[in-house]
Design a binder for this molecule. Structure first.
Ligand SMILES: *[C@@H]1O[C@H](CO)[C@@H](O)[C@H](O)[C@H]1NC(C)=O
Ligand SMILES: *[C@@H]1O[C@H](CO)[C@@H](O)[C@H](O)[C@H]1NC(C)=O
Ligand SMILES: *[C@@H]1O[C@H](CO)[C@@H](O)[C@H](O)[C@H]1NC(C)=O
Ligand SMILES: *[C@@H]1O[C@H](CO)[C@@H](O)[C@H](O)[C@H]1NC(C)=O
Ligand SMILES: *[C@@H]1O[C@H](CO)[C@@H](O)[C@H](O)[C@H]1NC(C)=O
Ligand SMILES: *[C@@H]1O[C@H](CO)[C@@H](O)[C@H](O)[C@H]1NC(C)=O
Ligand SMILES: *[C@@H]1O[C@H](CO)[C@@H](O)[C@H](O)[C@H]1NC(C)=O
Length: 791
């Protein structure tokens, strides 16, 4: 049997190769077939523009398709078996003697067929237009592929009421996606997203009651027919009319509904074989529904960017359209257990529970709080404003100057560490630290009882003297801040502003609630008039305002999801205050060494987040910033356990590309400080890499490695870190099988991702290299960790 097939194949190919080379075959005779094995077995239109045959795509998946012969990537314009690819062996397309054109798979099953059995068909012809037709003896067209478009319309092909273009699901895929171009029941040509959860029209307008006339269309002509000419002019019965930018004859064109939901008019460059867009329906990707999935927010810009709201994470980090899921339990039992997170310039389209006439903010909030179905509300304009309560969050978008704010309903975090935790402070693994636990903004060194090792250690905690005479313009030139939009959850930077002293006195109720105290000042909790909760840092004696300026000029411009945001500042007479975003959760040291510990996934995410924040500081800021005091105390965790690096007050700026910096004063925290602080070596961003390495290893091990331990009667001093590094390096070198199991925090009970843990240890070890040139950059660290994020 196999032998027979082989011989047949051999003979067949011989015949083929001798005949097909010279003659272009534009048709298939009745009774003959095309086989998938033979790559050269095609039908080509007389002018050679189109080819029809088997189109292999993935390893063993084949489509019976029509494509542009000379386009570089063999652009497919039509497929017969779109969602049912056939096998790369034994599949066949036959024009049966019964009159049907039939596509069969390897086992002979019919995957696709034309329903033309009752007619006498003489042959199948691929016309110059790209239309594959079945003709009878009188040369009449009995069946044509133009009647069954996939995602592409060709010149002279008509789109009618029974036809639609359906996008592909992904780039370079043929499978049907969720976007469609079709006539609505009101005779208007529309783009529709028809996803698994929702469906909605997004073009010409997402508004269900939109006025077609305003878009130059009509809904009175029910003929529902559209097509475009060779000239590049599209004309539809609803008066939609557009022309290609390069309008003119002789250019090959196609109109394709792309996988991303945009309808584009393409022109082929015959010499390069590449397509260029000569018209598109939608300029701004955020106006296409379904791109960011449920709960996702599309951020206005030229390229698609989706972010998750606070407290949510991506369902699938590689596929934005899968949306975001909440970290918290959304079950609504008791409405008093919820609060709201403000998302500026953000809105979700549709799914309004109720639309009310203008009501005050509080009333709108209470409606949402009182309704279990309400997941968020949006309130436009302050004071009396429009109130939209949302039962589901789809089609989120955010763009600068959008006059709406969405308030997301999230559970109030239970803040009593004794109620739910398994580990209480008494069992905290690092008692020395807990004696006078440093609060989040505090630089350590004052109350902590250390056994000092490093003889070079100089007084730490009070820093002054960086004088940066960057002018006031940084404050008032708000536009400066607008340029600094970066990856991550972004708050629109124009929020940065100057505060007056009285305002902050009021916000903090005359500095009532102290939440931290450090070398550079005391931090108070406050609530602004617009209900934002803030941390107000009141700087100590600052006679010349130098440090103040350092902080302001650095932080005011920095905007990254893993860095604590500064919202403004105040400088009035002797008062110097900074207003920061308030980060709800505990700092990393508390979550790691005390109270309830973090799970592996959370730790790994935090490690990536810190790395991203530092990479941003080191490589992406307008000015190059070194933090100089990276340690768990300075890493705050928000509700979603996203890390935010705090305390840039002491950071030193340098110009990008400048020389190594000379520091006039040592800052940092023992145990996290790179060895170069000891000598007179220049300080570079690699000091942060070192500190990061210590933090990462502490996260793996779950204990303070920065502690100094004394072994052997005080002579052989060694830090816990050195010991850990020594043991790890030995284990790895010796190829010990369970080295990672021994390195990892036993509290995880073995529940961790081995690959990620190994990567984290490896990265941590390379970061704490004595020689700073052997340490990686933070950019590289991010890359290494992100690469195994989805393991
Ligand atoms: C042929 O008819 C069947 C059943 O009516 C239908 O499912 C199929 O889509 C038709 N095929 C074509 C190519 O029209
Ligand atoms: C569109 O087609 C209609 C009917 O064929 C025709 O009357 C009209 O002039 C065309 N519009 C343009 C702008 O070509
Ligand atoms: C409706 O549209 C068709 C196709 O564009 C056109 O031929 C016809 O004249 C239009 N009818 C009216 C009443 O405008
Ligand atoms: C077509 O491509 C060639 C080669 O890339 C280029 O030189 C030429 O300008 C292109 N033509 C058009 C009309 O874009
Ligand atoms: C969410 O909370 C409800 C009620 O408190 C509970 O029944 C349910 O099991 C919780 N679900 C999860 C995933 O924790
Ligand atoms: C919608 O809001 C109005 C008041 O604006 C209220 O009377 C009505 O009961 C609300 N409907 C629902 C279903 O909540
Ligand atoms: C938690 O601590 C508070 C104050 O320390 C105490 O009043 C409360 O009873 C404790 N709750 C539990 C569940 O132990």
């Amino acid at each position: 049997m196999i032998m027979k097939a082989f011989i047949y194949f051999l003979i067949f190919s011989l015949i083929k190769s001798s005949s097909a080379k010279n003659t272009v075959q534009d048709h298939l005779e009745r009774g003959s077939s095309l086989s998938v094995e033979d790559d050269s077995h095609h039908i080509t239109s007389l002018d050679n523009t189109f080819t029809c045959g088997f189109y292999g795509f993935q390893n063993n998946a084949y489509w019976f398709a029509i494509w542009y012969t000379n386009s570089k990537d063999r652009t497919v314009v039509w497929t017969a078996n779109r969602n049912k690819p056939v096998n790369g062996r034994g599949s066949k397309l036959t024009l049966r003697r019964t009159g049907a054109m039939v596509l069969t798979d390897v086992d002979g099953t019919i995957v696709w067929e034309t329903n033309t059995t009752s007619t006498y068909i003489s042959r199948a012809v691929l016309l110059n237009t790209g239309n594959l037709v079945l003709k009878n003896q009188n040369d009449d067209i009995v069946w044509q592929s133009f009647d069954y478009p996939t995602d592409t319309l060709l010149p002279s092909q008509t789109l009618t009421k029974s036809k639609s273009l359906i996008s592909a699901s992904r780039k370079s895929s043929f499978e049907s996606g969720y976007y469609g171009l079709m006539y609505s029941s009101f005779n208007v040509l529309t783009l529709v997203y028809d996803g698994p959860e929702i469906s909605s029209v997004y073009w010409p307008s997402p508004d269900p009651g939109f006025n077609v006339w305003a878009f130059g269309r009509t809904n009175y002509n029910s003929s529902r027919i559209a097509s475009f000419t060779d000239l590049g002019v599209f004309n539809s019965s609803d008066r939609l009319y557009f022309s290609a930018m390069d309008m003119g004859y002789g250019i090959k064109r196609r109109l394709t509904l792309d996988y991303d939901g945009n309808l584009r008019f393409y022109s082929l460059n015959d010499s390069s074989g590449l397509w260029s867009v000569s018209w598109q329906a939608i300029a701004q990707p955020c106006n296409i529904h379904g791109r960011c999935g449920r709960n996702g927010i599309c951020v206005h810009g030229e390229n698609l960017e989706c972010v998750c709201p606070p407290g949510y994470e991506r369902n699938d980090p590689t596929d934005l359209s899968q949306g975001c899921k909440p970290y918290f339990n959304q079950t609504c039992v008791d409405s008093t257990k919820f609060e709201f997170v403000e998302m500026l310039n953000t809105d979700y389209y549709g799914f309004d529970l109720n639309f009310s006439s203008p009501i005050p903010f509080e009333a709108c909030r209470d409606i949402c709080l009182g309704d279990c179905r309400c997941e968020a509300f949006s309130h436009r304009l302050t004071g009396e404003g429009l109130c939209f309560t949302k039962s589901a969050l789809f089609n989120g978008y955010r763009y600068p100057n959008f006059p709406g704010t969405t308030y997301l309903k999230v559970p109030i975090r239970t803040k009593t560490p004794n109620s739910s935790t398994t580990t209480s402070l008494a069992t905290c693994r690092d008692k020395t630290i807990m004696v006078g636990s440093p609060s989040m903004y505090e630089s350590s060194g004052k109350k902590v009882k250390w056994v000092y090792l490093y003889s070079f250690a100089i007084a730490i905690g009070v820093v002054e003297g960086f004088i940066f005479l960057l002018g006031w313009w940084l404050f008032y030139g708000r536009n400066v801040f607008l340029t600094n939009l970066e990856e991550g959850y972004r708050i629109i930077s124009s929020q940065f502003r100057g505060f007056n002293y009285q305002e902050l006195v009021k916000a903090t109720q005359n500095f009532k609630v102290e939440i931290g105290r450090g070398g550079s000042g005391v931090v108070y909790k406050g609530i602004l008039e617009d209900e934002r909760v803030v941390a107000v840092k009141r700087l100590g004696d600052v006679s010349d305002g130098g440090e103040f300026w350092a902080e302001v000029s650095t932080i005011g411009k920095i905007n990254h999801m893993n860095l604590v945001r500064m919202w403004g500042c105040c400088s009035q007479k002797q008062h110097r205050l900074l207003v920061y975003e308030y980060v709800e959760n505990l700092s990393l040291d508390k979550r790691l060494f005390c109270s309830d510990f973090l799970q592996w996934k959370e730790r790994f995410n935090i490690a990536i987040g810190i790395a991203k924040g530092l990479a941003y500081l080191h490589h992406e800021c307008l000015e190059w910033v070194i933090h100089c005091d990276v340690k768990p105390e300075n890493i705050l965790l928000d509700d979603a356990l996203q890390p935010k690096i705090a305390d840039f007050g002491l950071a030193k700026l340098s110009q990008r590309g400048g020389q190594d910096i000379e520091f006039t004063r040592i800052r940092g925290t023992k145990g996290y400080m790179a060895p170069e602080w000891a000598g007179s070596l220049p300080i570079t961003a690699k000091v942060d890499v070192y500190s990061y390495g210590v933090v990462v290893l502490e996260m793996v091990k779950g204990i303070r490695l920065s502690n100094i331990i004394i072994s052997g009667g005080g002579e052989d001093e060694e830090s816990e870190l050195m010991r850990f590094v020594r043991v790890m390096q030995k284990d790895i070198k010796e190829g010990k099988k369970l080295w990672i199991e021994e390195a990892i925090d036993p509290r995880l009970g073995g529940l961790f991702n081995r690959k990620q843990a190994a990567k984290l240890v490896e990265v941590g070890l390379s970061c704490v290299e004595e020689d700073k040139n052997k340490r990686p950059t933070m950019d590289l660290v991010v890359q290494l960790l992100v690469d195994c994020e989805s393991e």
